[in-house]
Design a protein around this ligand. Structure first.
Ligand code: BDR
Ligand code: CA
Length: 311
């Protein structure tokens, strides 16, 4: 199985990303680190612990990382994910405790301690990953690659050209994209194709497990905020796509191109500037997702949630 660490800010779609990683036998989830983003660090950490407990994955270590971006203040996404960060379902469950170390330190230990290179999957702002690479460059040879959900080849969702994870911590995204590591970017241009339709929500509910009902309730809440804020008929589930492409690369089409993060634009700070046509002459630094097999993605996710739900 592919050893992975998930760095996340749960978050409705982060919750699905965690369930996919726990439920698919092709991955080995070594640990989960949390970051401030969709909600405050205390909330995203408690949410990660809840989801792992509900998934029966209490042996997976969880550690809280950065409570704010590298530069500037945190702006949470309570309008999308609610006051708790996971509003909607009943998540009452006895939870484990977070590890007594910082998330960046947990990542360092897991990466250096595992006998082969580890894949980092980031589904929140890239604060922890950037700090890891800066503070502990000795991990670089042992990071197989970084796959992150964030950015877009076209428009944004937080500013006209900026996507939430990158806008929340543009400097961190810049560090990761310049790290020289193999980086895969799963942006809005593909995640907006994977929609939690009414049929998908009913499929979750029909699984006959508590976890299936929780996923249905999560997506029902997510649908209501996406409808109110964006006028979308069905909400896109961004984060599990980053996990899915590590499990089965054939569900994503990527192109190797130069990507820069806008750090100074008056209106465009946090935009990912993707040079799809090689006009800049810059060297490609990322594999950028440009296509997705939506049905294959849903089959992966559903199979994992079903497996986890049955215990
Ligand atoms: C990203 O922002 C967050 O609200 C979601 O969890 C996802 O990671 C989408 O822009
Ligand atoms: Ca997220």
């Amino acid at each position: 199985a592919v050893p992975v660490i998930i760095d996340c800010d749960p978050g409705h779609d982060d919750a699905l990303a965690l369930l996919l990683a726990v439920g698919d036998p092709r991955l080995r989830l070594l640990g989960v680190t949390t970051v401030a983003g969709n909600q405050t660090l205390a909330k995203t950490t408690s949410n990660a612990l809840k989801i792992l407990a509900l998934a029966g994955a209490i042996d997976v270590p969880v550690a809280a990382g950065c409570d704010r971006p590298l530069v500037g203040e945190l702006t949470v996404a309570g309008d999308i994910h609610g006051e708790s960060g996971l509003d909607g379902p009943d998540l009452d469950v006895p939870v484990g405790e977070a590890a007594g170390v910082h998330g960046v330190e947990l990542m360092r230990r897991l990466i250096l301690g595992y006998g082969e290179p580890v894949t980092l999957i980031a589904t929140g702002p890239l604060t922890n990953v950037a700090l890891l690479l800066r503070r502990h460059p000795e991990v670089l040879p042992y990071v197989r690659r970084v796959v992150f959900m964030g950015g877009s080849t076209d428009r944004g969702n937080t500013t006209p050209y900026g996507e939430f994870n990158i806008v929340t911590d543009p400097e961190a995204a810049d560090i990761v994209l310049r790290s020289g590591l193999p980086v895969t970017m799963i942006g809005l241009n593909v995640t907006h194709q994977a929609l939690a339709t009414t049929q998908i929500i009913e499929e979750f509910r029909g699984m006959g497990t508590r976890l299936g009902v929780i996923c249905a309730d999560l997506m029902t809440f997510f649908a209501s905020t996406y409808r109110r804020v964006f006028g979308f008929e069905h909400p896109p589930v961004h984060d599990p796509i980053a996990v899915a492409c590590v499990i089965d690369p054939s569900i994503i089409v990527t192109v190797a191109v130069p990507v820069a993060v806008e750090l100074v634009g008056a209106y465009t700070k946090g935009a990912t500037v993707v040079d799809l046509h090689g006009r800049s002459g810059a060297v490609a630094n990322a594999d950028v997702a440009v296509g997705i097999e939506v049905e294959a993605f849903w089959r992966l996710l559903m199979a994992a949630v079903r497996r986890v739900g049955l215990g």
